[in-house]
Ligand binder design. Structure first.
Ligand SMILES: C[S@@+](CC[C@H](N)C(=O)[O-])C[C@H]1O[C@@H](n2cnc3c(N)ncnc32)[C@H](O)[C@@H]1O
Length: 189
């Protein structure tokens, strides 16, 4: 399974929220936004998703392409793409964007989310995990973008929220910050 592929290539296991999403969402056409070298894309592909994986780091995309080639994986397409462009092509049953929005241009995040939403098929899903900066827990990392309390929920008005929390997490160095974690389903029509 993917854990074997991931460890064979020195990759971490898939993000825990991607694993949970894979238990809820049936295999479909999926987009992994900010895929890095593919820990989540590889996991989803092993579950039978047809994955487009994008990142603006060409080295990460090249490494993922190499794994795809060596493993003869036929359901991952890895592409260099700047998420700030908010110019997706194609529609997806699942768009996953884990720990990536916080690296974007804050002036582009609204457009990026609208672009994700409009390229999600009716009844399809968006998974987002992103750092927050709140009065209770100021973000200790100078990310370009962070969510405010309830900001992500407000952006998904009209969608069914299968999961939404703003729980406290701990970084490797012990610093604590909140993360907005959401799995949302677009209305079927
Ligand atoms: C912390 S990593 C998260 C990787 C992956 N989503 C995961 O859960 O392991 C953030 C990724 O976002 C990518 N990234 C940052 N800004 C980007 C942008 N403007 N367009 C595309 N990818 C971007 C980085 O290159 C990096 O691979």
């Amino acid at each position: 399974m993917s854990a074997d592929i991931n460890s064979r290539y020195g990759l971490n296991p898939a993000h825990s929220e991607v694993v949970k999403t894979g238990e809820i969402v049936a295999p479909c056409k999926a987009l992994d936004m900010g895929c890095s070298n593919g820990r989540n894309a590889l996991y989803l592909s092993q579950l039978g998703f047809n994955v487009t994986a994008v990142d603006n780091n060409p080295d990460a995309i090249n490494m993922l392409r190499q794994i795809v080639s060596e493993e003869r994986i036929d359901n991952i397409e890895a592409l260099v793409y700047d998420i700030n462009d908010a110019a997706l092509s194609g529609d997806y049953g699942l768009i996953a964007c884990t720990v990536t929005l916080m690296f974007l241009n804050p002036m582009r995040v609204d457009a990026v989310i609208e672009n994700m939403q409009s390229h999600t098929l009716p009844g399809g899903y968006n998974l987002i995990v992103c750092a927050m900066n709140t009065n209770e827990h100021p973000c200790p990392v100078p990310f370009p973008f962070t969510f405010k309390t309830e900001q992500l929920r407000d952006a998904y008005k009209g969608w069914e929220l299968l999961k939404y929390n703003e729980d406290l997490g701990t970084m490797h160095n012990g610093a604590q910050l909140q993360f907005a974690t959401m799995l949302a389903r677009k209305p079927s029509q």
